[in-house]
Design a protein around this ligand. Structure first.
Ligand code: AMP
Length: 219
């Protein structure tokens, strides 16, 4: 199964991608996590991506497409992958489709996590991430058992640099201008499945499970 999670920053794509990956034994490929690890490693890609990420704008299509196709080539073909945060432009979607076709693969479904802008800012500002295992939490909606400590691995939770309110506004604007057109793009291909992302994580997870079961997947 090859899935794409689409939706504005803070809509819970990362959280749901982790849950889908665990439940279906899929590999989660999160473009933001991959780029952040390139930045931490000080690689050429990381150096080129960093200023865009700091500003909340998109890394150029050619860079991210190459990084993600390389990621796809590194994971086992079966049972598949869930892409979180990629593609983010129509050009990336076209490059992905061509890249997958060249590898004898295709996307099975695109889950569109929709949410009003006001809720998004509240969610992002409360978001905390484990610096070690990348598990995500929210101080308001999905708190860890003990404050600022990861439930999974016990490391400290941190706030992402680009989760500050002024950068969030740019990221949302970027989403609406450059990524939202993908909703119509994938609707036109008959791949889009809408998910109400404003519900609690367990409710969203159940909705996602029903959609994936409907695709004929084994859960
Ligand atoms: P995320 O963790 O998905 O919110 O991504 C963090 C940042 O990484 C974004 O604000 C962009 O600067 C960059 N980024 C992640 N995915 C992409 C993508 N598909 N295309 C361009 N830039 C991306």
């Amino acid at each position: 199964m090859h899935l794409i999670l689409l939706g504005p920053p803070g809509a819970g794509k990362g959280t749901q991608a982790q849950r889908i990956a665990a439940a279906r034994r899929l590999v989660q490929l999160s473009s933001g996590d991959i780029l952040r690890s390139e930045v931490r490693a000080g690689s050429e890609v990381g150096r080129r991506a960093r200023s865009f990420m700091d500003q909340g704008t998109l890394v150029p299509d050619a860079i991210i497409t190459e990084v993600m196709l390389a990621g796809i080539d590194r994971v086992p073909r079966e049972p598949g992958f869930v892409l979180d945060g990629f593609p983010r432009t129509v050009a990336q979607a076209e490059a992905l489709e061509a890249g997958l076709a060249a590898r004898g693969m295709r996307i099975d479904a695109v889950l569109n996590f929709d949410m009003p802008d006001g809720d998004i800012v509240r969610r992002i500002v409360g978001r905390r991430t484990c610096s070690n295992c990348h598990a995500t939490y929210n101080v308001e909606f999905l708190p860890p058992r003990s404050t600022d400590v990861c439930d999974v691995c016990g490391q400290r939770l941190t706030q992402r640099d680009d989760d500050r309110e002024e950068v969030v506004v740019t990221r949302l604007r970027t989403y609406r201008a450059q990524t939202a057109p993908l909703v119509n793009y994938y609707q036109g291909k008959g791949l889009l499945r809408n998910v109400d992302a404003s519900a609690a994580p367990e409710t969203v997870e159940a909705a996602v499970r029903r959609i994936l079961d409907g695709l004929g997947a084994v859960g």
